[in-house]
Design a protein around this ligand. Structure first.
Ligand code: ZN
Length: 261
């Protein structure tokens, strides 16, 4: 453990903040996994049928994390009940929607020359869930750690005092009909990204961007945006053993009709 009383210790502070950020990304991943669990199973079922050793260790880890961060939070100057999340104006929201739609369109162009079609084996596994037309149109690219470009407008969003989503932490980003994977293609990430492609086809890019931004503003975490929740839950359903075929297009249309996005 080291102390930062010495003002020359700038490098150590940078290092500390980079580790803090790394831990925050890991926590975001854990939060997302627990959110999925919560969507699928009741706490009663988890307590009754879950492996006890796993449940106990998970609860211990969560409690230790809460205690650790709560102790720090109590020492943050000016933190407390008076702290409130800034709310953007209607004009700023409209601007963010245009920025997001523009970014998705521009990145589609950027990746289009090198993106490749799905393999026949890949399509065969997915055809019960997506239309042949969509699977033929989709192109993919694996960035193998190079990661998608953080949108330029994120800096403008931050300058206005808001925190944009953690885009580099996502497994993949769907740029209309081109899917970029930050690392390698995994079945879960591909299915998730394809759900977004269906959502964009069904809603249109502008409406998709509008619903994404409004959903994000409600909770400020990307995985609680209803468009994301649906993609996470359908990809989990797809990966369940012995899952029956279902049409993602029908599922998306149902959520649109029910106003769940
Ligand atoms: Zn997503």
């Amino acid at each position: 453990m080291c102390s930062f009383q010495n003002p020359d210790n700038r490098i150590s502070i940078l290092q500390m903040n980079s580790e803090l950020e790394h831990a925050q990304l890991e926590l975001l991943g854990a939060h997302c996994a627990v959110h999925q669990l919560r969507l699928h199973y009741s706490s009663d079922d988890l307590a009754r049928f879950g492996r006890r050793d796993v449940l106990r260790k998970s609860a211990e880890a969560a409690t230790a994390l809460r205690d650790f961060y709560a102790a720090i939070e109590s020492k943050i100057p000016h933190a407390g009940p008076s702290f409130s999340v800034p709310q953007p104006s209607a004009e700023q929201i409209g601007q963010a929607i245009d920025w997001l739609a523009g970014y998705l369109r521009e990145q589609r162009e950027h990746h289009s020359a090198v993106a490749t079609p799905l393999t026949n084996e890949g399509k065969a596994r997915l055809w019960p869930f997506f239309s042949a037309d969509l699977l033929d149109r989709i192109r993919i690219i694996e960035l193998r750690g190079a990661r998608v470009r953080v949108p330029d407008f994120f800096a403008k969003v931050r300058a206005l005092g808001f925190e944009p989503p953690e885009i580099t932490h996502m497994d993949s980003v769907t740029f209309l009909d081109i899917i970029a994977f930050n690392q390698h293609v995994s079945e879960r990430a591909l299915f998730h990204a394809l759900v977004h492609a269906v959502q964009i086809d069904t809603l249109g890019l502008q409406r998709y961007a509008e619903l994404w931004v409004h959903g994000f503003l409600k909770t400020r975490t990307h995985f609680t945006v209803p468009l994301e929740v649906h993609a996470f839950s359908l990809s989990s359903k797809f990966l369940r053993p012995m899952t029956e075929r279902f049409s993602v297009e029908d599922e998306v249309l149902r959520w649109v009709a029910d106003g769940r996005y």
